[in-house]
Write a protein that binds this ligand. Structure first.
Ligand code: DX5
Ligand code: ZN
Length: 221
């Protein structure tokens, strides 16, 4: 599986977003992760389609849009028009999940399902034929800079085994939250191949060196 590293823009300096987006691109990021929060599904508000559009106009990198929204189904079109490459919705959201994943695909965008840290991996199974990616939260969503939770690791392991045994060998399994040099190897060991990191990457002066270190840690697992 290809190793993918996705800097989360939530941890960037919002006073110079274009510079920060280009810094991630030049550091060798595989995509940019964009955290959208509605203050209902999670206890925080972040940004909306205008920032996704700014990213689209600034970089050619894929844009991985993580919708932490109670009703993601009402917002697929604006994020599609803003230039999302992937749209991730939570299995815990209050909408018809299958229809929303199909709605995402209908815009030519790659759909993904997200599970909160304590949601069992089996919650993703009904959607595996509709998605290209499953993301496990390794923190409760809402804020950057939180401490990594190890509880999802056995579930990630079971999800990877299930995927391999049932014809989903190409499934990307992503982790999000508290990922950095001290936690990335255990995520890879459990079966994740794609890694979101906000604080651990944007806090580095040399983001490129940190991304290389991450990839080495994943390959040595
Ligand atoms: C949390 C977000 C994450 C966040 C990760 O709700 O989904 O993407 O930006 O930040 P770090 O890597 O700092 O934990
Ligand atoms: Zn996220």
């Amino acid at each position: 599986m290809q190793t993918l590293i996705l800097p989360s823009l939530l941890a960037a300096d919002f006073g110079k977003l274009e510079t920060e987006i280009l810094r991630a691109e030049n550091a060798g990021a595989d995509a940019i992760h964009l955290d959208i929060m509605d203050g209902v599904f999670v206890p925080n508000i972040s940004f909306g389609p205008a920032i996704v559009k700014l990213c689209r106009e600034t970089t050619k990198l894929p844009l991985n849009v993580h919708l932490m929204l109670a009703r993601p189904d009402s917002f697929i079109e604006p994020f599609a028009k803003a230039g999302a490459t992937t749209i991730q919705i939570h299995a815990e959201a209050s909408c018809n999940i299958k229809e929303t994943l199909q709605q995402i695909r209908s815009y030519g965008i790659s759909p993904a399902i997200v599970l909160n840290p304590l949601t069992p991996y089996t919650a993703a199974i009904p959607y595996l034929d509709l998605v290209d990616e499953v993301m496990y939260m390794t923190v409760f969503p809402g804020y950057g800079g939180q401490k990594f939770m190890a509880e999802p690791l056995p579930e990630i392991n079971k999800l990877r085994e299930y995927a391999n045994a049932n014809g989903f060998e190409k499934l990307n399994i992503m982790v999000d939250g508290g990922v950095g040099r001290s936690t990335i190897a255990q995520c890879a060991q459990a079966g994740a191949n794609a890694f979101v990191a906000g604080t651990a990457l944007f806090s580095q002066e040399d983001m490129g060196a940190e991304i290389s270190l991450f990839k080495n840690l994943v390959n040595q697992k």
